[in-house]
Structures are given as structure tokens and as C-alpha cells.
Design a protein. Structure first.
Length: 83
């Protein structure tokens, strides 16, 4: 009798387990989609900042020295003036 009850409980819990597993997959997919949307929004924000930025500002932001960025980007390199 106890074995029958255990078997019945196991059979009854199978669909509940599968339903829970499917719900977990769906929640994981939704979380991944939300993360993708946040990444896309952040990338768009960065793109807008870069579009508004001056080339010299971008050069400095990437680690360039202000004087060097101005010389190279404004084509005021001393060697170019001599030519």
C-alpha cells in the first residue's frame, strides 16, 4: 500500500515538475531579453554621446593628450606646415 502511494505521488508530481521547469525556462528567456534591451539602450545612449562629441573630445576620452589630439585632428602638425 505504501509503495502504491509513493508511486502515485511520484506520478502526480511529474507534470508539476515539468510545468515548473517550463516556467523557469520562460523566466530565463524573459530575463535575457530584458538584459539585451538594456544593453541596446545603453549602446544607443553612448552612440548619441559620441555623435554630439567633438573629435578632439573623443581623442582625449580614449587617452590621447589634448595638445597631441589638437595637432593631429586639426592638421596643425609642425611637419605639415613646412611642406
Amino acid at each position: 500500500m505504501a509503495a502504491g502511494a509513493a508511486m502515485g505521488a511520484l506520478v502526480a508530481s511529474g507534470p508539476a515538475y515539468l510545468y515548473g521547469k517550463a516556467q523557469g525556462r520562460q523566466q530565463a528567456a524573459v530575463a535575457a531579453l530584458e538584459a539585451s534591451m538594456k544593453a541596446i539602450q545603453k549602446r544607443e545612449d553612448i552612440d548619441h554621446e559620441v555623435d554630439r562629441a567633438d573629435l578632439i573630445d573623443i581623442c582625449i576620452e580614449l587617452g590621447g593628450l589634448p595638445e597631441r589630439c589638437q595637432l593631429e585632428l586639426r592638421r596643425l602638425d609642425p611637419s605639415a606646415k613646412a611642406e
